[in-house]
Design a protein around this ligand. Structure first.
Ligand code: G3I
Length: 356
């Protein structure tokens, strides 16, 4: 790629994306009819701009989209004085051109904190940067997004008890206040967007996952008792194909969360099949079973209104960059294969979402 000025490249790419999208926006009704109500996928601007098949697939099957990177601190905040909204705006453009809604990910996370932020030494300065970020970003996207993952992954992977919270840069400076402060700041900036908390590894039947789910439940209850403006609970659902879903425990958890008046979102669904042996078709069947068990547990207390996969095609999955299968075969974690052909996983999405 020639050395383009960042802004020209992004805006040029956005124009291409929008032009491509406007072509998709003229999609024949038959194609739009394959959309699954409430189903969405995550994408990066880079992948959307470099492969038209990705935008086409999202526009065909989805009614919502979420940026993988473009609303996180590193992309938005190259320095203390800059808010670089253009990349996320380009994805929002793509969404609007394709009659898709967009959700935000994520305002406060222990991961992805820029070096300039971590160089702030005094806690008052950290709090100013934290509140300024959340307030500015949530205000800028006011009335443009359906929901935000306000706080991402607050629970440690092996909680010692239900009061255990992950030790983060934010807790070091703000204590446990970092969670309510994020929600209250976001709600003040945009009183209408749905505010969610988001966590992973609480879905399968494994002791540490059951402990994590108990700690997550306790945190959610505490936040509601404090009157924190929390509207939804995100289950990231990065499933492990070798682990059974804890269908009974998960159904109980979701039923209780809903009884507290909260919505339940599946926010980052994919199935890591690195430990599965067998043919791709055999692996695909097990992957689809895990998704079916997950959505069956959630649907036991009400419809699955929002389910997003973390990507839509195996060609663009973080998992293939993160873990390698012993047989060196690519992972098959998503509803479409590397050539954008639907797998049984997509049939399960269709089963639990109403076709529009
Ligand atoms: O694009 C740059 C590349 O130019 C550069 O050479 C390279 C090395 O620095 O970095 C590349 O950017 C990486 C980006 O992914 C694109 O691949 C970032 O370093 C890397 O940190 C980023 O990782 C993302 C991660 O969140 C952190 O933001 C993953 O793609 C993304 O899938 C992952 O998503 C998370 C959710 O936000 C939260 N739940 C778990 C989920 C999976 O880990």
């Amino acid at each position: 790629m020639t050395k383009l000025d960042r802004r020209e490249f992004i805006l040029g790419g956005a124009a291409t994306l929008a032009a491509g999208a406007s072509a998709s926006a003229a999609l024949p009704a038959s194609k739009l009819a394959r959309r699954h109500q409430g189903y969405g996928a995550a994408a990066t601007l880079w992948d959307l701009q470099s492969d038209p098949r990705l935008g086409e697939a999202i526009s065909t099957y989805c009614t919502q989209v979420v940026p993988v990177l473009e609303l996180k601190w590193p992309m938005l905040r190259p320095d203390a004085h800059t808010f670089a909204f253009e990349r996320a705006d380009a994805i929002l453009d793509f969404a609007q051109q394709n009659d898709l809604t967009m959700r935000g990910h994520t305002l406060a996370w222990y991961h992805d904190i820029p070096d300039w932020t971590k160089r702030i030494k005094d806690s008052k300065g950290v709090e100013r940067a934290y509140v300024d970020h959340i307030s500015t970003v949530a205000s800028y996207y006011k009335d443009k997004l359906t929901s935000w993952d306000v706080v991402n992954e607050p629970i440690p992977d092996n909680p010692r008890d239900v009061k255990d919270r992950r030790d983060t840069f934010w807790t070091q400076h703000l204590g446990d206040r970092w969670i309510p402060l994020a929600f209250r700041t976001a709600a003040a900036a945009d009183p209408y967007v749905k505010l969610a908390i988001n966590e992973y590894d609480i879905e399968s039947a494994k002791d540490s996952f059951i402990a994590k789910r108990a700690a997550y439940r306790n945190l959610i209850m505490e936040l509601l008792d404090q009157g924190v403006p929390l509207h939804a609970v995100g289950l990231q659902s990065h499933l492990h194909a070798e682990l059974e879903i804890d269908t009974h425990g998960l159904a109980e958890f979701v039923t209780e969360i809903r009884s507290w008046g909260l919505e339940v979102f599946v926010t980052e669904l994919d199935v890591d099949d690195q430990k599965l042996t067998g043919s791709p078709l055999e692996r695909d069947a097990i992957v689809a079973k895990r998704v079916d068990d997950l959505l069956t547990a959630i649907a036991s207390s009400g419809p699955v209104r929002s389910v997003l996969t973390w990507g839509i095609s195996d060609r663009y999955s973080w998992i293939n960059g993160y873990v390698k299968r012993p047989d060196k075969q690519p992972n098959r974690p998503l509803p479409l294969d590397g050539e954008f052909k639907p797998k049984p996983f997509m049939d399960v999405i269709s089963k639990f979402t109403k076709d529009v």
